[in-house]
Design a protein. Structure first.
Lengths: 105, 105
């Protein structure tokens, strides 16, 4: 009955992988795997939903308009809706795993 | 700005620790630390909210009315509202860490 969030961590993913684990009214839980991926140059996420996100494996650097944050396993951050952010960097050649909870209020 | 879910894992907690990280309409994200704790004999959780829960560190055994599930880091399970469950066992003398997302639909 339980599943493991770390299974099927494919190596050499051509693109970032986002898999929805739970989808409900006002809530979506995703596992995201970034294989050295970063947001394209000049791209900023600007989302309608709030996002609570934690790094589970490896590491990432998130950038907001006025601050950069380094994230390794266990680090989490709450990103309010409409707060611009981008992924500057993730560990090269390793499957950086994130847990993301998107929600509305 | 980011926080780490593994900091302040006190040893020898007298009781299970539940700390709310985010509380919003229809959503509550908690970090739970079980230091060898289990549900009291005969006790069953029977919750109004759904709960998506994952083990982050160490291990646990969850029991439902007709199945027992062993959980180690990365294992997650979605527990619908009103589905009876209990914690049968967590790693003795270590801070088993859970991430729990309670939500309504």
């Amino acid at each position: 009955m339980p599943s493991n969030i770390f299974v099927d961590l494919l190596s050499h993913l051509p693109e970032e992988l986002a898999q929805t684990l739970i989808s409900a009214d006002n809530l979506r839980i995703q596992r995201i795997v970034s294989h050295g991926h970063a947001s394209p140059e000049g791209f900023w996420y600007d989302q309608d939903q709030h996002e609570w996100v934690m790094v589970l494996k490896w590491a990432a650097r998130l950038r907001f308009e006025n601050v950069t944050v380094e994230m390794s396993p266990g680090y989490f951050v709450n990103i309010p809706a409409d707060k611009k952010h981008r992924v500057e960097w993730t560990t090269p050649d390793e499957p950086t795993s994130w847990l993301a909870v998107f929600y509305t209020t």
